[in-house]
Design a protein around this ligand. Structure first.
Ligand code: SIN
Length: 548
């Protein structure tokens, strides 16, 4: 497998030096930048578009935390484990649910404003599979924007963080299992981002699918670059489909928050019949994977492209969910008078780069957090509103550990990296991307089987081969290479898991089986050639010792 995606020589490139390189400006990246800078580290924060282009900024529902008088972290642990379908790590879950409330308090102390009750206590909403009201939210349905606003303000005003926007990180630089920085494209120029530690937090991969709630940059580039560098990835078969994205022909991808169901909205099929109570005792608030599959079934039965979310009875729906109400109105739906057409859409990657409780990977100096990471919290199906929470906790934890790591003096050895000449890539990325999205939706969506996955693997494999050994320097090509790498990992993992668990549903193996209650990891340095030798590829990336 190709190690580096572009020709480069770190000797001849402009260098940007930092102690801590943070990649990504979602909640995890911003929290990491804040924490590292507070500890006195020289931090460089790079983002492929602007600071505001993140999944965090779009998040509606909120942040789950046990602030209620009837609640406690242990109940939050149990709900997370239930949603995770046997694969959430209890230790990690306890860390996140017990430390998360402190991180939210810290955010509030530094200016974040969340919705409150008349008595001043935090107003707590309800979402699927939560046994208590514990969703902290802002302006009804604009929680992520408030988290992004507050963290961006902190990073801009309270600490010294250098920010580089429109900087597309291409590859992580590693030598002998240690990460020393990254290569990037910035305003058409190659850049060497030399760093003592790298914290990678550039989001998930919802854009592998045509129907998604994710912003454009969510193509899995973080997972792909970490994998190329030799990082282990875990649980890649678990892609979460949100049950209710707006489904009006011609309208852009837009989420209708689970909080709307939490407030009492119900799902109706094409005949106007409420269907969830007949499938699950928690009805519309059943685990997200269950609701998504039931909707899919109802859509298939009616040969329809949508079902309907009925928010007419919840009272003051537009005041409670102003952004959703306005967006629906823009597309001709008054949510207090009419039902909202909805359908499932790719929403969140539970898998990702495997990390420990400090965001550490198997590569020294490389930390991963947020949706790019697989900490084990989310298991086979993420509990609603646990992602901003995980980003807060693990963004902070990764930076705390990186600070300690940076305190240990380096051994003085410096490396120079040289990327070998690569061939020109085939043209026509848009058509390839559209074809890939169609394959992913058809064969690696809500329902999967071996025949379909094989079909997808064959096509993805051919595309991977087509681009192998070619360079990628434009955002289009870089995105496509990320899409191919991550699609291929998802297909491999989905084929391997011969059971149905959480978000991974195999029609040919519809049962959940105890023997499969385990995680699987993939790592390119495990790839063997025919003689049984490691195929880790020094053909393209070489290291030269001795650079000052
Ligand atoms: C939502 O508001 O429904 C999304 C929240 C989440 O994905 O956790």
């Amino acid at each position: 497998m190709q190690r580096y995606l572009m020709d480069f020589s770190t000797k001849d490139m402009p260098v940007k030096q930092s102690e801590c390189l943070v990649i990504g400006s979602g909640v995890a990246g911003l929290m990491a930048a804040w924490t590292a800078a507070k500890a006195g580290r020289k931090v460089l924060l790079v983002v492929r578009d602007t600071l505001w282009d993140s999944n965090t900024n779009k998040a509606q529902g909120g942040i789950a935390a046990s602030f209620g008088a009837d609640d406690e972290p242990e109940l939050h642990v149990q709900d997370t484990l239930t949603a995770g379908a046997g694969l959430s790590d209890e230790h990690i879950t306890r860390i996140v649910t017990t430390e998360g409330p402190q991180d939210i308090r810290a955010l509030i102390a530094h200016g974040a404003q969340f919705d409150r009750n008349a008595d001043g206590t935090l107003a707590l909403g309800r979402e699927g599979c939560h046994s208590r009201n514990r969703i902290v939210h802002a302006k009804g349905d604009a929680t992520g924007a408030e988290v992004a606003r507050a963290l961006n303000a902190i990073v801009a005003r309270e600490v010294d963080v250098e920010v580089l926007e429109h900087c597309y990180v291409v590859d992580l630089l590693t030598s002998k299992g240690i990460c020393y920085g990254a290569t990037a494209m910035h305003e058409g120029e190659k850049l060497y981002l030399r760093a003592g530690a790298v914290i990678l937090a550039n989001g998930g991969c919802g854009r592998l699918y045509a129907k998604t709630t994710n912003p454009e940059g969510a193509v899995g580039s973080g997972i792909a670059m970490a994998y190329r560098a030799g990082a282990e990835v875990m649980d890649m078969e678990f892609v979460q489909f949100h049950p209710t994205a707006l489904a009006i022909k011609g309208c852009p991808n837009f989420l209708i928050s689970e909080a709307v169901r939490g407030a009492g909205a119900v799902l109706r099929n094409a005949a106007g019949v409420r269907f969830m109570p007949s499938y699950h005792p928690m009805a519309e608030l059943a685990p997200r994977d269950v609701v998504a599959r039931c909707i899919f079934k109802e859509m298939q039965a009616a040969d329809a492209g949508q079902v309907y979310l009925d928010a007419r009875e919840i009272g003051q729906a537009a005041a409670k969910f102003p952004m959703i109400a306005q967006t629906c109105l823009d597309y001709g739906i008054d949510i207090e008078q009419e039902m909202i057409p909805v359908a499932p859409a790719a929403h969140y990657m539970m898998g990702g780069v495997k990390t420990d409780e400090w965001g550490r990977t198997n590569i020294l100096g490389l930390y991963v957090c947020g949706e790019t990471a697989c900490t084990g919290l989310q298991g086979a199906n993420r509990l609603a509103s646990n992602s901003l929470l995980e980003g807060l906790v693990f963004g902070r934890r990764a930076a705390v550990h990186a600070d300690g790591y940076l305190s240990v003096p380096a051994d003085g050895e410096r490396e120079e990296w040289i990327g070998e000449s690569l061939a020109e890539a085939p043209s026509g990325t848009a058509a390839v991307t559209a074809g890939l999205q169609a394959l992913m939706g058809q064969f690696l969506g809500i329902r999967r089987d071996a025949v379909g996955i094989h079909e997808a693997q064959k096509s993805i494999g051919a595309l991977v081969q087509l681009y192998e050994g070619t360079f990628a320097e434009t955002p289009e090509l870089l995105d496509l290479r990320a899409r191919l790498a991550v699609s291929s990992l998802i297909a491999g993992a989905a084929l391997r898991r011969q059971e149905s668990r959480g978000a991974h549903y195999r029609t040919d193996f519809p049962e959940k089986k105890e023997i499969w209650r385990q995680h699987f990891t993939d790592c390119r340095t495990n790839e063997m050639d025919q003689t049984g030798e490691m195929t880790d590829d020094v053909r393209i990336g070489q290291t030269v010792a001795g650079m000052a």
